[in-house]
Ligand binder design. Structure first.
Ligand code: GDP
Length: 200
């Protein structure tokens, strides 16, 4: 498994002008509010609360960049689908996320986080379809796997695969920030995504 020897918060951006220009390969994390994004990023980075575990869902309105091992960026995108956020703010986020996802040349892929305890929402489907349409590789992750029993695993996985129309290769990785389940598998997928492309 990849060893994280350095993980630092670089900056929070409210507009594309603030995005770093170093050119490090990066991977972005996205999902609905409260899906467990901060906890999962902290698990991967081996830090307790580098990515703030949000106490008030929907508050993060910035795109946050974390520098990992001085060679990659992990990018925390604002959570979507928090009903109590005013529409104007939601539109603002949408524009910022769209600008990020369509303009970032360093972006190697997106980790789309899903709650395995319920079927993917309309917004999850829209995000998946949209990433597919613009050709960004996606790693699907089912979070909080400690809350899904062995018996519920297969039906839960099937619901995600069928609702989002995924191929067998795209089937979600079950990860728990609580037990660490799935961390090694997810790092394996991330490592593959972040490797420099092989020369022909
Ligand atoms: P975010 O809003 O998507 O960043 O989600 P957070 O990481 O802040 O987590 C939302 C809530 O889910 C918090 O109460 C976390 O303690 C809880 N949570 C996150 N990950 C896990 C997990 O793997 N297992 C369990 N049981 N709870 C989790």
């Amino acid at each position: 498994m990849v060893t994280v020897h350095e993980a630092v918060f670089l900056r929070a951006c409210v507009q594309p002008a603030g995005f770093p220009t170093t050119g490090f390969p990066e991977v972005a994390f996205v999902g609905r509010s409260n899906v467990g994004k901060s906890s999962l990023m902290n698990l991967l980075l081996g830090r307790k609360d580098l990515v703030k575990v949000s106490r008030t869902p929907g508050k993060t309105q910035t795109i946050n960049f974390f520098e990992v091992n001085a060679r990659w960026y992990f990018v925390d995108l604002p959570g979507y689908g928090f009903a109590r956020v005013p529409l104007t703010v939601q539109v603002g986020w949408k524009n910022l996320i769209e600008a990020y996802l369509t303009q970032r040349t360093a972006l190697r892929g997106v980790v789309l986080l899903l709650d395995p305890r319920r079927p993917p929402t309309e917004l999850d489907c829209q995000m998946g379809d949209w990433l597919d349409a613009i050709g960004i590789p996606v790693i699907y992750v089912a979070t909080k796997s400690d809350q899904v029993s062995r018996a519920q695993r297969l039906p839960s996985q099937r619901a995600i695969v069928e609702t989002l129309g995924l191929t067998a290769d795209e089937a979600p990785c079950f990860v728990s920030a609580k037990t660490g389940e799935g961390k090694a598998e997810l790092w394996k997928r991330l490592d593959r995504l972040l490797q420099p492309p092989r020369l022909p």
